[in-house]
Ligand binder design. Structure first.
Ligand SMILES: Nc1ncnc2c1ncn2[C@@H]1O[C@H](COP(=O)(O)OP(=O)(O)O)[C@@H](O)[C@H]1O
Ligand SMILES: [Mg+2]
Length: 386
């Protein structure tokens, strides 16, 4: 997958932007706060309808503007083009004519009303320095990564997730009513049934995804560390030890029944896949607790490069890969290794604060400089080297 055109209107720092890409590698340089991440964010938003940085769409609209408009054209390895446009209402959307207050997404000119209609059309993987949280942060970061990554691969996953979340919040309401209003215990039963159905499906997908990701990450991470480190991922959760659908459902039913008294006391559900996690282990030790900053950073990158491999295997379409600032803190040797690992991809966009020697040596790339929300194509020469 690669992107051929991008047009932005009032998106973040950009009042207006038109950009064309060729197949292969695009390198975008610019100082801090010039708008590099925002460009990748715009591409990610078009491909998935979601920003990787925020859930609040209004933050994406340029301050003071009534709305933001994004357009992109993506082309698959089979030469199939997909045009996507998104309109996001801003703070003052209600004062602008002809702009509704809801987000509008169109694919090839036709409006779509559910994210699941978009899934997998334009596979994209983005790495940014914030991904360190997946390695270091609380389990919530890893669950979010699992959800976003798996949802791109399995259209049904998002439906299961929504079903699970609805059932969970309804069950929690009932638990509170049992505790505080003496409601009958039987009120949890319909929600238990839904939780078990959706939860078992989510656990199966997460199990399979984590397994494939682990195999891919071991290879990538071995490559990035010259074979010095072996990275393994392990799916963890209440249903992680069950290996088929019946076993998962049975186990979940058992856990819900065993913990019902405690759940009533707490007023929420204490078992289930909403507490899932996965561990990242390097050479036998847990990276989250014992890894050095450098090891954790490299592992975060390995995870995203491995995700790109899994997407390629599942969707039979290599994703568009967006690497935000990933080379700036690595030595030349490792930076070159990363570029070698991803060079089979048709669409690869890299940002960097400076045009270092690894990047400027790439004669196959298109180079752009971004400064304060405006963009120009450049030819790297001696003057550009820093
Ligand atoms: N909604 C917005 N309206 C106007 N400017 C914004 C908005 N959101 C972010 N910015 C500006 O965009 C800049 C940051 O852009 P970013 O893409 O993160 O830069 P970089 O990745 O090059 O460091 C900051 O100057 C910030 O103030
Ligand atoms: Mg940035």
């Amino acid at each position: 997958m690669h992107i051929t055109k991008l047009a932005l209107e009032n998106f973040r720092i950009y009042p207006e932007l038109q950009m064309e890409f060729s197949q292969g590698l695009t390198i975008i340089v610019g100082p801090n706060a010039s708008g590099k991440t925002s460009l990748l964010e715009a591409i990610h938003l078009l491909a998935t309808t979601k920003s990787p940085r925020t859930r609040i769409d209004r933050q994406l609209v340029r301050s003071g503007a009534p709305y933001s408009r994004l357009q992109g054209q993506f082309v698959s390895t089979q030469d199939q083009a997909t045009d996507i446009s998104i309109v996001l209402p801003g703070e003052h959307a209600d004062q602008a004519e002809q702009i509704t207050t809801a987000k509008q997404v169109k694919v090839n000119g036709a409006a779509i009303d559910s994210v699941s209609q978009m899934i997998g059309r334009v596979p994209v993987v983005m790495f940014s320095t914030e991904d360190l949280s997946i390695v270091k942060g609380s389990p919530g970061y890893r669950r979010r990564f699992l959800n976003v990554a798996t949802a791109q691969l399995r259209p049904r996953y998002l439906d299961d997730l929504q079903r699970y979340r609805r059932a969970l919040s309804q069950r929690n309401e009932v638990l509170k009513l049992i505790r505080h209003a003496g409601a009958p215990r039987s009120g949890v039963e319909p929600w238990d049934t839904q939780l078990i159905e959706a939860g078992a499906a989510l656990a199966a997908d997460r199990q399979e995804f984590t397994q494939m990701l682990s195999e891919a990450a071991e290879l990538v991470h071995g490559d990035l560390t010259d074979g010095a480190e072996r990275l393994v991922l392990r799916y963890q959760g209440d249903l992680a030890d069950s290996d088929d659908d019946e076993a998962r459902k049975g186990r979940f039913a058992e856990l819900l029944a065993q913990n019902e008294d405690r759940d009533v006391e707490c007023g929420y559900t204490t078992v289930g896949v909403h507490r899932d996690d996965f561990s990242m282990i390097v050479n036998g030790t847990a990276l989250r607790r014992y890894g050095s900053q450098g090891q954790q950073r490299t592992a975060a990158l390995s995870l995203k490069l491995a995700q790109a491999d899994v997407v390629t295997a599942w969707r039979e379409e290599p994703p568009l890969l967006l690497l935000d600032d990933c080379l700036s803190e690595l030595d030349v040797c490792r930076g070159n290794r990363i570029l070698e690992l991803v060079q089979h991809l048709q669409g690869l966009i890299i940002t960097s604060p400076v045009l270092n020697e690894i990047l400027s040596a790439r004669s196959d790339a298109d180079f752009f400089r971004v400064e304060n929300g405006s963009l120009e194509q450049i030819t790297p020469g001696a003057a550009e080297m820093q």
